[in-house]
Design a protein around this ligand. Structure first.
Ligand code: ATP
Ligand code: MG
Length: 877
């Protein structure tokens, strides 16, 4: 059975048990501040568990792309070293939302594993929750009895601790006791030596957990307490790669058909054999694992960057590059070249990779190039400090190790590795101190305290009415208090609201909540999963009283124009640049619109003009908005709707069309009733934001008018300065040409001046005690000319003692030049002399024994210099 068949059988099995099959949600989380990436199959369904929203189906099954690289579930450091944890893996899951519970879940799990997949029963073990007195949680005897019935005995049932058998998504949120299924994949001999039961949950690489059945019953609150959920649910998660290992009879996930194509590709490229050397094996596994994380994250819309989720992705890429660089000797970008192998292999399940293959490759390659450069700079820095380390007892101090980590992205183990090659060690304790200090700094920077929700009305859910209304009467459902750095905000959820919550790039609405005489300003509206959160700085006096809501309608009006213009722009870009253009990010507010999209070269001025022209002509056509709500996703796609990246799965979508031949998009934002309202569209900038991603910023309506007005006003000013010529550009060109011709003339004139001066000064030389003394204030416009004059005189006058004083750009300057024999025979030193003379101009300077210069503050003192120099020379004997 191939891995693709194994996945299909899972979905078919649960479809036959009445489950609705849904596609994986994107790995990148958009509207949940508690989660950076989807880390388990249940995360996209969180709202259904919490009762924030009804589930569209009571039974669902899917395979979900998961990332465990941050937060509560982080397996990054295991990856490569063990054989069954990945940063990115697929979690097969079946779900009951308030429908079936423990009995069906456990029976079906057993049926699928033993009858469909035919895994040996005597190699399977199950665990149930053993209770936790500190939280008043009892043993899960119901699950125990069920298993006893299924297995026919208690022999293979274990009671587990809270750590293993009480599943929690994060520090807060839905949770509950769980029952795991483990498999023993060891040889008969090994099994005879140690019973499998003793190895369950003991980090044995061949006795691993494959499936977790979670019985969601509780919600963990901020203060750590547990409350019962409104209904009981089933959430199961089976690691697809581990299941493949069991069915394919392998000892490692990396030996399965899921990973072998990648492993083969990497070992061929590195010219090694996988399985022969522990170090290169680890590196190969790290790379095979990380390329999946990188590719899926980028395809789902998370580009590497310097903060938050983008930084997590960047660090994973760097980890892979490091292993490739250090153990497999890849000194040039290579990681990106694995993408096509992965995309081909995943094409039938996750077509998004194939669709964006060249974009993903480009982004990864650019990141590799940048990091390899940093790596090299870091190595150079280590080289330059090598002497210092040697004097320091052959130790790289903690501060330097931390600097390498912080600025050059060298993790401690890489620094240690390089150190070893140089016969050095690293002060790890010192490194940890620095690290701890930095952590404290960033912890203090972001202390934010959030209370649990205070429920005001519980039975209702929020209805968004902002597509049709700007005001409404309603009541509060719940609120909570959030304090950040001494600033307090309230998050308020309402039964009905016209306020649009920030999403899909469109900013949240602002406005007012009124009740009786109290009027509370709404400063922002945000989304948390499907909750619409109104952010205020105070609460209405009476939270139970009826509320009147009103959005800032003028602000919304501008936002609408900018949002609809974004759709027109998107379509125009695809028309003029090509179908490879995909949205990579967007911002729509009441000032401007910003649109990031995949495209590999600068958009030329001519193309910008064409695009503007197209958008403006669509505006003038005054195309009416065609808005369809609740369109089945398949139907929307049939009509050619372009999915905005990172949209979470929903059975029904909203489709926004401006001319079905021109712009059809899935979009939740607010739009103008017809394009004429946008008035006018103007692009104000085009730039690059990341490898393969361009950014256009544009304005509409009044802002566009103002922009054009300002540009024209500037132009008018320039015209008038130039005497209002007929063709401005020709005149400017002429002025520039004249200017450069004048500059050249002036240069030649100055050069002549230097020659004239040289002859005059040479003739003025005074013989004092056999020295040809010249001291003079000269008028030259640059220090270069003074220098040239001094060197020219040195060529023509022997026994020369020359002092030149000049004022250049308003600053006094001195030059002293001596013939070599004066230096060697009379022991004169130009540096000392210039320093002495510079006192007159309140300055200082230096140079060589035969030639030195000085600058100063007091130009008036220049006049005294020649006499002072003369006195000095006369004083010599
Ligand atoms: P483990 O203890 O092995 O880390 P877990 O308890 O963290 O597993 P769950 O959170 O219960 O796992 O996830 C459900 C299933 O997903 C597990 O039974 C396992 O098969 C799979 N799984 C979990 N983490 C990973 C990972 N990092 N890589 C691959 N599969 C995983
Ligand atoms: Mg785990």
């Amino acid at each position: 059975m191939t891995s693709n068949e194994i996945r299909k059988q899972f979905l078919d099995f649960f479809a036959s048990k009445g489950h609705h099959i849904v596609p994986s949600a994107p790995i990148v989380v958009k509207d949940d501040p508690t989660l950076m990436f989807i880390n388990s199959g249940m995360a996209p369904f969180k709202d259904y568990f919490l009762g924030n929203k009804p589930a569209p189906y009571k039974r669902i099954a899917d395979t979900q792309k998961c990332l465990r690289v941050s937060g509560k579930h982080n397996d990054l450091e295991e990856v490569g070293y063990d054989t069954y944890h990945h940063t990115m893996f697929e979690m097969l899951g079946n779900w009951s939302f308030g429908d079936y519970f423990k009995k069906d879940a456990l029976h079906w799990a057993w049926e699928l594993l033993t009858e469909v997949y035919k895994l040996p029963k005597d190699r399977l073990y199950v665990s149930v929750f053993g209770g936790d007195p500190s939280e008043n949680l009892e043993r899960d005897m119901e699950a125990f009895e069920l298993w006893k019935g299924i297995l026919g005995s208690e022999e293979r049932i274990l009671f587990g601790s809270k750590k293993d058998n009480f599943w929690e998504m994060g520090d807060t949120g839905p949770c509950g006791p769980c029952s795991e299924i483990h498999i023993d994949l060891r040889s008969e001999e090994e099994v005879a030596k140690t019973p499998g039961k003793d190895l369950v949950n003991n980090d044995h690489p061949q006795v691993v957990e494959i499936w977790n059945n979670v019985f969601m019953e509780f919600n963990r609150l901020q203060d750590g307490s547990l409350v019962k959920l409104p209904a009981q649910h089933v959430d199961t998660g089976m690691g697809f790669e581990r299941l493949c290992m069991a069915i394919e009879g392998k000892q490692s996930n990396y030996d399965t058909s899921v990973f072998q194509p990648l492993i083969q590709f990497i070992s061929d490229a590195a010219d090694i054999k996988y399985g022969e050397n522990e170090k290169t094996d680890i590196a190969t596994r790290v790379i095979a694992d990380h390329i999946r994380t990188l590719s899926f994250a980028i395809a789902d819309g998370q580009l590497p960057s310097n903060n938050k989720a983008g930084y997590v992705i960047r660090r994973i890429l760097r980890r892979a590059v490091r292993y490739a660089f250090t153990f497999l000797n890849f000194k040039k970008p290579f990681f990106y070249s694995i993408v096509p192998t992965l995309a081909d292999q995943m094409a039938s399940v996750f077509p998004e990779l194939k669709q964006q293959q060249s974009f993903v490759m480009r982004v990864i390659e650019e990141e590799e190039i940048a990091f390899l450069r940093t790596l090299e700079n870091g190595l150079k820095r280590l080289d330059t400090l090598e002497e210092k380390f040697k004097q320091n007892g052959n130790v790289i101090d903690g501060k330097t190790a931390f600097e390498l980590y912080d600025t050059f992205g060298f993790p401690l183990d890489l620094t240690a590795l390089i150190a070893r090659e140089k016969g050095l060690t690293v002060d790890e304790a010192g490194f940890n101190v620095e690290m701890e200090q930095q952590k404290n700094r960033s912890r203090n920077a972001s202390v934010s305290e959030q209370s649990d929700w205070v429920i005001v009305n519980d039975e209702a859910e929020t209805e968004f009415i902002g597509y049709d209304h700007e005001t409404t009467e309603t009541r509060m459902l719940r609120y909570r208090k959030v304090s950040t750095k001494g600033k307090t905000e309230y998050h308020i959820v309402l039964e009905k609201t016209p306020f649009y919550a920030e999403s899909g790039g469109q900013v949240g609405d602002t406005g007012f909540l009124e009740s009786g005489l109290s009027k509370v300003k709404v400063i922002d509206t945000r989304k948390e999963n499907d909750l619409i959160i109104h952010v205020t700085t105070e609460l209405p006096e009476d939270v139970t009283a009826p509320l009147y809501l009103k959005i800032d309608a003028n602000r919304r009006k501008v936002i609408k124009k900018n949002h609809s213009a974004t759709h027109l722009l998107h379509a125009a870009l695809r028309n003029h640049l090509g179908e490879h253009v995909h949205q990579k990010g967007s911002l729509v507010n009441d000032k401007l619109l910003r649109f990031d999209f995949s495209h590999f070269t600068k958009v030329t001025d001519e193309q910008i003009h064409e695009i503007e022209r197209m958008v403006n002509s669509k505006i003038r056509q005054n195309i009416a908005l065609d808005e369809k709500r609740n369109v089945p996703i398949a139907e929307a796609k049939q009509h050619g709707a372009m999915a905005l990246f990172g949209e979470k799965y929903g059975e029904f979508v909203r489709v926004i069309t401006f001319d079905k031949e021109y712009s059809v998009e899935l979009c939740g934002g607010t739009h103008v009733a017809s394009t004429g309202e946008i008035g006018f569209f103007k692009i104000v900038s085009e730039s690059s934001v990341a490898a393969g991603v361009r950014r256009i910023e544009a304005v509409t309506a009044n802002a566009a008018e103002e922009f054009v007005h300002n540009q024209l006003a500037q132009l008018e000013e320039v015209k008038q300065l130039l005497g209002s010529p007929q063709t401005l550009s020709k005149t400017v060109e002429k002025v520039l040409e004249e200017n450069s011709a004048l500059k050249k003339q002036l240069e030649q004139f100055e050069l002549k001046q230097v020659t004239v001066l040289k002859n005059v000064l040479a003739g003025e030389a005074q013989n004092i005690n056999g020295i040809n003394f010249i001291a003079r204030n000269v008028e030259l416009c640059s220090a270069d000319y003074v220098k040239k004059l001094a060197f020219d005189l040195r060529q023509t006058v022997d026994n020369l003692f020359l002092v030149l004083a000049a004022e250049i750009d308003g600053k006094p300057q001195l030059t002293v030049m001596l013939s070599d024999n004066l230096v060697s025979e009379k022991g004169l030193n130009a540096t000392q002399i210039v320093k002495e003379l510079a006192k007159e101009i309140q300055g200082g300077g230096g140079g060589q024994p035969f030639y030195a210069t000085a600058g100063g503050k007091n130009a008036a003192g220049l006049a005294n210099v020649p006499a002072k120099a003369e006195a000095f020379v006369k004083g010599l004997n």
